[in-house]
Design a binder for this molecule. Sequence first.
Ligand SMILES: Cc1cc2nc3c(=O)[nH]c(=O)nc-3n(C[C@H](O)[C@H](O)[C@H](O)COP(=O)(O)OP(=O)(O)OC[C@H]3O[C@@H](n4cnc5c(N)ncnc54)[C@H](O)[C@@H]3O)c2cc1C
Length: 438
Amino acid sequence: MRKCIILGGGVTGLSAGLVSKFPIYEAKNIPGGICSSYYMRPKSNRKIYYEPKDQEVYRFEIGGGHWIFGGDEEVIKLINSFSKLKKYKRKSSVFFSEKNQYVPFPLQNNLRYLDKNIISKALAEISSPKITNPTTFSDFLEKNFGKTLNDLFFAPFHKKYTAGLWKKIAPQDSYKSPVDIEMIKEGAVGEVSESGYNADFFYPEKGLDEFSRNISSKCNIKYNKKVIKIDINDKRILFSDGTYLKYDLIISTMPLNKLINICGLKVDEKEDPHTSTLVLNIGAIKGNACPDDHWLYIPDSKSGFYRIGFYSNVDKMFIPRSSRSLNDKVSIYVERAYLNKNKPSKKEIKRYEEKVIKEIQSYGFIKDVEVVDSNWIEVAYTWSNINSKWREKAINLLGKYNVISTGRYGKWKFQGIADSIKDGLIVGNKLINEMAEK
Ligand SMILES: Cc1cc2nc3c(=O)[nH]c(=O)nc-3n(C[C@H](O)[C@H](O)[C@H](O)COP(=O)(O)OP(=O)(O)OC[C@H]3O[C@@H](n4cnc5c(N)ncnc54)[C@H](O)[C@@H]3O)c2cc1C
């Protein structure tokens, strides 16, 4: 039988390993990749990877709030079999911090919250959308939503969310910003039904860490195995600890751009860009003006973040046990996008943390801070140059050398946890059959 190995023990690699039983090689010493919760005691700066028995901890996540949306029945069932899921109804808003104004998400379906002159201008512009042939992401937004709404929200928000790339990259994820003219008109005068890609979502009762740990316990996973080179001709993987491994076939879940480099391959097309995210996790005394939203989209933050999420507004399990009935504490994540070349130094992160805390204290969301911790996600959001074929070319080229690149980062495609799990299941099942036949 030929030897197949999986690179990466995030949710994609774990799902592939679960069904195929092929060994997984993971760079870190914990499973789950970005989908991992961790815990911190108030006034401490130590990450704990298991929830302590007394539960006197804040629960955070490496990649900020990771809520499970979409996903077919099979995937939801599978997650539920490893860690019991709870269902939540989304509550989120756009928050204009300068005016202290909230508009329920999605903004375009809730125009009644805006000034009258904005509503009439927006309706006139949006009712004759010219969606034909948008060139860039920014062009797509302006053509879909019209100048007024674009200037007010879509442009400043996406500028922050894409770290300034929005004027260069191709339109993407249009389902996140749906345009339904009838709903927009209805929402200008009254309530409309909830819509959008994440109107309901799931989260494991005992945290994503429990899910990742439970699924990994059914896999053959080797930790602290960071791949630094793949010799595609000799079919040999070199790890950072100096050991190597022969293979016949690789399923890789690491980011596509890194995989191409590690394999020493060249794609005859300009590499597609990505953005990095700095996730700031904060545990604090709840402020008097803390909203009850699960997350807020903020187009005008002074410190540069684009989204604040409130883990503990989704579930009280995210704050220390003694505060759950008092509801006097809050567990928050704050996301800011960067271009990788602008990666902040430790000193800059410290300064940024202080600025963010001051800013959200000035909103009245928090009082004293008990714990703050940041995580750098180097390849967080993947984008495409206009008319780019880089992604397809890179995946096809790797395929010629028996390297299958899959998952959100392997396919260089915006998708959530559920779709990444699905990728792992599909490739794991397909290969176990193929390998057995040979
Ligand atoms: C800021 C942010 C917020 C998000 N929010 C949500 C959300 O709310 N809901 C949702 O459904 N999805 C969300 N996602 C998407 C979700 O995180 C991904 O779909 C999912 O985690 C992808 O899993 P993966 O296993 O493919 O990748 P990863 O989790 O990145 O796993 C890849 C694994 O490969 C390992 N690896 C990398 N390089 C090497 C190497 N050289 N050698 C060995 N191992 C290596 C890594 O350590 C990692 O464990 C979010 C993503 C980001 C960035």
